[in-house]
Design a binder for this molecule. Structure first.
Ligand SMILES: [Zn+2]
Length: 98
């Protein structure tokens, strides 16, 4: 029974990976090909919270995800924040309200 579950899960994950791959390939083709409506997509900077057009942002690959920032400074600050969060998590006591 458990074996079946694991096999099913693997098939599902593989299916999702393939779908993501095809999906991203299609969307990038759309942008490159005819410059569709996706071009003027507003996204939020995870560092400062500002909204900006995606093609004007600074693109970065962080932990396997593609993240966009409004500027290089925010990208640097975000990466620095990530590193600080990992090394000294105990310092940030504000988020742990118990
Ligand atoms: Zn920013």
């Amino acid at each position: 029974m458990i074996r079946l579950l694991i096999i099913g899960l693997l098939i599902y994950l593989g299916y999702r990976l393939i779908r993501n791959f095809i999906g991203s390939a299609e969307s990038s083709q759309n942008v490159d090909g005819n410059g569709g409506p996706r071009e003027a997509e507003l996204i939020q900077d995870p560092q400062c919270g500002a909204y900006f057009l995606r093609q004007r942002g600074v693109k970065a690959e962080i932990e396997g995800r593609t993240v966009y920032f409004c500027g290089q400074d925010c990208l640097n600050a975000y990466i620095a924040h990530l590193k600080n969060g990992r090394n000294g998590d105990n310092r940030r006591g504000e988020e742990r309200v118990s």
